[in-house]
Design a protein around this ligand. Structure first.
Ligand code: TXA
Ligand code: MG
Length: 346
């Protein structure tokens, strides 16, 4: 059942219905500012099992617990350091997830067997209304089939989960387009496990030094990433994606040449271009992902474009690369994972 929700005039009857599905252990997909989430009661082990089954996700990959009131943090998190309170005051509601020691009310089914719990308060009225209607604690992995790009529209959720979940709340396209920043607050200094719209610089301005898990951008990293979900080849289109790095002029000509060669061999090829370069390509299926002037436009379009290439039956995709600064760090992290770290440096 898909229900369209208007943020300005929320139909509370639909929210109550969705909330009662959650309370009964069912699954409801909902919009957040980052990507669509697959909601379930986070305190119900059986609901977690259903979540893993619907997504086809390995059950050692923990779920984020979404809350709508700051005081609820203390019910699920055992020790909340002062720095975490500072970050919560500054960035919640918003695209920031923090990891704490869990309390006993959080089942291991939700945390993938870990003693820690990931918590986030999303910046979306529909999401927060649903969380309150559903009992206050809603687990929310991205509402995609495991291994596919995260959903940024209700249509993407339909494509992956139709028939597997009870309801989708359709709040239109999301704003940010890449998942929240994850920061582990159980270590000192705190450590970024997944980059997102809340950047390292923004965090450090509030609480001083913050480390970054080496696995975030490094393909050759010998130790596994600290966020279990980051070890999977994730966010991936069906096509073989290659990222070309270097000075923009040579990137454009290399992409044009490589895509042209594959086309001549009879393959369907795609190119990820930007407003600054899109007119310089020919042939291939060319998609403009946004402008280099504002990389948040690239973040917003990334997953949708990868899904479009899937729908087009694309065999090979060639993408320009982006500055790994600010939101660009999240963009490059997801793009390189989607490419299985297939990078050509010119
Ligand atoms: O923006 C978001 O965070 C979205 C929206 C729906 O809120 N949710 C999301 O959830 O991206 P998911 O399940 O797709 O990604 C959660 C990530 C996984 O990589 C998981 O391994 C990590 O968070 N994670 C969750 N709990 C953890 C914990 N206790 N310790 C380390 N990593 C954890
Ligand atoms: Mg996900």
């Amino acid at each position: 059942k898909v229900e369209r929700i208007n943020r300005e005039q929320m139909n509370m009857e639909i929210i109550r219905e969705a909330g009662s599905i959650l309370k009964k252990g069912g699954l409801v997909a909902f919009p957040t500012e980052t990507v669509y989430g697959l909601g379930a009661n986070a305190l119900d082990e059986k609901a977690a099992a259903k979540t893993y089954a619907a997504k086809g996700r390995p059950s050692d990959n923990p779920l984020i617990v979404h809350i709508a009131r700051l005081e609820d943090l203390y019910e699920v998190a055992e020790h909340v350091p002062e720095k975490a309170e500072t970050l919560a005051r500054k960035f919640w509601p918003g695209p920031l997830t923090m990891i704490f020691e869990k309390t006993s009310i959080v089942p291991y089914g939700t945390t993938g067997g870990l003693e820690t719990v990931a918590v986030r308060m999303p910046d979306d009225e529909i999401a927060r209304a649903l969380i309150l209607a559903g009992g206050g604690y809603v687990s929310g992995p991205s509402a995609n089939t495991s291994g596919r790009p995260s959903p940024t529209t209700a249509g993407h959720v339909m494509d992956d989960l139709n028939g597997k979940i009870e309801m989708i709340l359709d709040g239109g396209a999301v704003h940010i387009g890449v998942e929240s920043t994850i920061v582990d607050m159980t270590s000192e200094p705190p450590m970024i496990l997944r980059p997102g719209a809340v950047t390292k610089e923004m965090l450090e301005k509030e609480i001083g030094q913050v480390l970054v898990d080496h696995a975030v951008l490094d393909a050759d990293s010998k130790t596994p990433p600290k966020a279990p979900g980051m070890k999977y080849r994730h966010y991936a289109p069906k096509a073989e994606l290659t990222v070309i790095e270097g000075e923009l002029e040579s990137v454009v000509s290399t992409i044009q040449k490589m895509a042209g060669e594959k086309e001549e061999q009879g393959y369907r090829t795609g190119i990820i271009a930007t407003e600054e370069t899109v007119n310089r390509y020919s042939g291939s299926n060319i998609k403009c992902i946004g402008t280099r002037e504002d990389e948040s436009t690239v973040a917003a379009n990334l997953y949708g474009i990868l899904r479009e290439f899937d729908a087009d039956g694309t065999d090979y995709i060639y993408s320009e690369s982006f500055d790994a600064e600010g939101i660009g760090s999240a963009v490059m992290n997801r793009l390189l994972k989607a490419a299985g770290h297939r990078v050509i440096k010119i």
